[in-house]
Design a protein around this ligand. Structure first.
Ligand code: ATP
Length: 299
């Protein structure tokens, strides 16, 4: 049986280091070589869960192209089952990431095959989705695909509503654990700003009507766990931050991992926080996800 089925995006990330980000209309020559890596929140979270030792399958789409072959090979080598990744008559999704040495970045994403995936493609995957112990989703695929996958899921449903986009009420009502960052939470709650204290964030989280807890990730400030009648702030681990990209992806995968072991939500958030902190100490997103033995077991 599959532990976690991830429904989400698969991208090739092209990372271009620059001294400065280009202004509109400007061309900036980079001094260093660019890097090509696997990416997309779906692929990142699938690899992060597999590195923690989970049996993981990913549902998504890549193109009938060399990028698609390369990406599937990459995540299969991480132990992720890729049979449910469809080959689309669209190019494999690409993210062009411009980064400076100071850590500033500008990212352009071409969704390509990811947005080709449609709800009807999930019909043959009913058994896979229905038998998974957990289904983990993000929002870099069509909203209708997210809604259909949630409808077919029978196990734990964890939704990372990134990037911020409305989620239909039926989907939200079926979600067991919602994992937004501040901005995504404010967008979902229709709040004018995410810059409110923890009580304000907790009130937003409670207004959403999910049937289970909401875990709000707060970057270097940690994570806020909100249930109907309680809230806990899980402090971030003190680490030397190198690159926070992918921290949210590791956090979501590790949260699902701990919940499958029967952990309570606050305990699961502490485990997720320790796993995400390891990612922050390393460059890259997918490549920075820790293996289980690399995550400290004691806070
Ligand atoms: P991304 O989209 O880049 O993956 P995100 O906005 O979804 O990011 P964050 O809130 O930035 O996610 O980070 C997720 C979790 O990672 C945090 O809740 C925290 O536990 C951990 N984390 C992030 N930044 C740091 C940091 N500087 N030090 C320690 N832990 C961190």
């Amino acid at each position: 049986m599959t532990d976690i089925v991830v429904v989400g995006s698969l991208n090739v990330d092209v990372v271009v280091p620059l001294h400065e980000l280009p202004a509109p209309g400007q061309t900036v020559l980079g001094a260093a070589d660019h890097r090509r890596t696997g990416g997309g929140k779906g692929a990142n979270q699938a690899v992060a869960a597999a590195r923690l030792g989970r049996r993981v399958a990913i549902v998504g789409a890549v193109g009938i192209d060399a990028d698609g072959d390369w990406l599937l090979g990459l995540i299969a080598a991480e132990g992720v089952t890729t049979e449910a990744v469809l080959r689309a008559p669209r190019p494999t999704g690409q993210a062009i990431v411009l980064v400076t040495a100071d850590g500033d970045s500008t990212i352009a994403v071409s969704s390509g095959a990811n947005m080709w995936l449609a709800p009807e493609h999930l019909a043959p995957l009913r058994d896979l989705l229905g038998s998974a112990r957990a289904v983990l989703l993000q929002q870099e695929v069509d909203a209708a695909v997210v809604a259909e996958a949630v409808r077919l899921a029978e196990g734990l449903v964890v939704l990372n509503p990134a990037p911020a986009r409305p989620v239909d009420p039926a989907t939200l009502a079926r979600v067991d654990v919602l994992v937004p960052n501040r901005g995504e939470l404010a967008a979902l709650a229709g709040a004018p700003t995410p810059d409110v204290g923890v009580d304000g964030l907790a009130a937003m989280a409670r207004s959403l009507g999910t049937r289970g807890p909401v875990v709000v990730t707060l970057g270097g400030d940690g994570a806020l766990v909100v249930t109907t009648d309680r809230q806990w702030l899980v402090p971030a681990e003190q680490v030397d931050a190198v690159d926070a990209t992918g921290a949210g992806d590791t956090f979501c995968a590790a949260l699902a991992d701990a919940l499958l072991d029967g952990a309570a939500i606050d305990e699961a958030a502490r485990w997720a926080s320790r796993a995400a902190a390891v990612t922050v100490t390393r460059a890259g997103a997918m490549a920075a996800a820790p293996r289980r033995a690399e995550v400290p077991t004691v806070a």
